[in-house]
Design a protein around this ligand. Sequence first.
Ligand code: ADP
Length: 352
Amino acid sequence: MEKPPNINSKILALTVIVSLLSVLGLIIFFLLFSIPLQATVFILSGFVFFVLSVLALYYFYHIFLTRHFLKLNEAIRLRLFPHEIPKISDQLEDEDGFKTLNERVHQMIEMREKERQNHDHIDSYRKQYLGNVSHELKTPVFNVQGYIDTLLHGGLSDPEVNVNFLKRAEASIERLINIIDDLETITQLESGTLILDKEQFDIAQLVKDIFNSLEFEASKKTYRLTLAKKYDKPILVFADPFRIRQVLVNLISNSIKYGKVEGQTTILISTLKDDVVVEVSDNGLGIDPEHLPRIFERFYRVDKGRSRAQGGTGLGLSIVKHILEAHQKSIEVQSVLGVGTTFRFSISSVEV
Ligand code: ADP
């Protein structure tokens, strides 16, 4: 940062120069109006005039400029750091108004620059987000339009086509609902409006319930969902059961979606101090290391075609990450291409 100029000494020098000039003006005044120059009167009035102008200028400098700068500094300080306590006037008097103003203006410029960068970032995110959303919605909407069009133009009376196309239209509408639900969840999570409803529950039981609800999906691929141990006794956690269910359903159904026929997903639950660690491991496709850092981004898919064919919205892992972050927890992933993937996250076992 540039060193602020020493304005105090400059103001003092200026004050003296202006005062001397005014004394010079006084001499000219005496000469012009031919007032007899009595040495004592002149010296005395010159001295008084000089002292008065020094005092007047200094008073002006202190009262108007310094106070004005101090107040300005305080206003900028509170704008920069809105949570700070406003200073009382005694504390303000201690500051060097010009020096502080110089520092504050630089801080303000830096803050503005950060705000501008942030604004650019939000703007590009908004454009990208809208682009992604409309792209995701387009496919199922166009599909429904195509099926209805075919039905209206003769398909309705064709028994080969009508039920089949109605079923396909229904599937596309289900997909639309999935996308809208996921978008709603992610908006709530990102805007911080989602309120967690935490309570104590048995995570092992929750996993068993989810296995039952996904059994049909798994059976289509003769896929096995297994627990690493029996977990006869409850494993209590303190979290939002609905949201943790969402996390587990996303992870387990992904493992089925991207798993092999006759593949397997295993859940391991272990306790570590005040945390319960959950691992979801599969022996499926695996994820290339180049994609791993991005899979938690919204709409990011490794294989777009495969994801859409499986009914994926590209939002699942992003939702998972947000839910865990709302619980002040994180998720990690390890994967070997062609061997399988493990997602690991923790939840608190005690009330926090
Ligand atoms: P999607 O709706 O496409 O499944 P997700 O956010 O749930 O979106 O996942 C992002 C991408 O990460 C998926 O498209 C897929 O390529 C990859 N992925 C997620 N889970 C697995 C897994 N268990 N095995 C292999 N790839 C996975």
